[in-house]
Design a binder for this molecule. Structure first.
Ligand code: MRU
Length: 330
């Protein structure tokens, strides 16, 4: 991804490995600070995933792969390492997918395998971009939720990938960026990526989506954390609301995801475990408590959108309707 730094434009990945140390953009402090953190052990990697220094399903997958590479370099017990990494965040399928892939390749050089995993994710995202861009017409206004951009996917993005490709090919696009309470991934991260890329956009409060969906949004594009065999899928809390609004207003609703996000072991969305995060993420804003002492909060990090709301899944292998998943081969 292109990042404007004091020394000019530079190309970064969300995370990478360098000399036995994992480097990652600290996604907790963007856009106010751009800082690269160093991760040296499985424990540090598990913390970086839990506290969302690294976030977004495919990036978490790559983090899991690099965590396993760190364990392999230190000759640690790989099964133990895999358990501690997988339990950090339960909803994103990419994490267990990547970590189990590493376990199955434990007699190979896991640094090389993890690097290859990260490269493959980026190639898939580029392909998703090319395929998904065909859904975007010149002048389209697109609504997106959370951050399914380069930060969330090592590089390039899933939902943001078609938007990038459309913009780079000269199509005029405008993006409605849901702020995405409580962690504000839209306002902080998606908007930051769009500024760096020079893509026209506006941040809207989550509550404003219906207002704009009524007569100005042409397309909704979101990412996914886990997709069941029947096409139900988990994504950032608030996605379901957007899908229902899109259907009510006849706005096509697309989900962009690589095959690593498809969970063949679950039939429907009912089987998806939803991560519950700290109440403080809801009760506090910018380090200040906004709710009365004595109020509690509920904080599901994801919701499940039923397949019937999805016009299509944009993958690196093409656009699929939920009924056609059997054609999606790894
Ligand atoms: O809690 P987060 O920020 O990790 O949630 C991220 C999302 O919900 C993304 O939309 C999803 O992981 C897809 S990323 C390409």
């Amino acid at each position: 991804m292109i990042v404007k730094t004091a020394k000019g434009m530079k190309d970064f990945r969300a995370l990478w490995m360098d000399g036995g140390i994992v480097k990652a953009i600290d996604q907790r402090i963007l856009p106010n600070q751009f800082k690269i953190v160093s991760i040296r052990s499985v424990k540090e990697m598990a913390n970086a995933i839990s506290d969302m220094t690294i976030r977004g399903a495919p990036s978490i997958g790559a983090a899991g792969a690099y965590g396993m590479a760190l364990a392999w370099l230190k000759k640690e017990d790989l099964t133990k390492a895999s358990t501690s990494l997988i339990r950090t965040r339960p909803t994103a399928h990419d994490l267990s997918y990547a970590v189990n892939l590493m376990l199955n390749k434990c007699d190979e050089d896991l640094v090389k395998v993890a690097d290859q995993y990260a490269d493959d994710i980026v190639s898939m995202c580029r392909k998703i971009g090319e395929i998904g861009a065909k859904l975007i017409k010149d002048g389209d206004k697109i609504l997106t939720h959370c951050n399914a951009g380069a930060l969330a996917t090592v590089d390039f993005g899933t939902a943001l990938a078609p938007i990038r490709v459309a913009h780079r090919s000269g199509k005029r696009v405008f993006v409605y960026v849901d702020e995405t309470r409580p962690r504000l991934q839209g306002a902080r991260l998606t908007a930051w990526e769009l500024v760096n890329e020079g893509i026209d956009h506006a941040i809207i409060s989550d509550n404003a989506a219906g207002h704009y969906m009524k007569d100005s949004v042409d397309l909704v594009l979101v990412g996914a954390d886990r997709i069941a065999r029947n096409g139900d899928f988990a994504n950032k809390i608030g996605t379901y609301t957007k899908a229902v609004l899109a259907k009510e207003n006849w706005v096509p609703f697309y989900v962009a995801a690589p095959v690593s996000t498809f969970d063949r072991n679950i039939r429907t969305g009912k089987e998806i475990v939803i991560e519950e995060r700290s109440e403080d993420e809801v009760l506090m804003v910018g380090g200040c408590r906004i709710a009365p002492r004595g109020s509690r909060a509920l904080n599901p990090a994801f919701d499940v959108t039923p397949a019937r709301y999805v016009r299509g899944f944009v993958t690196e292998k093409g656009v699929f309707t939920p009924g056609k998943f059997s054609e999606l081969r790894r």
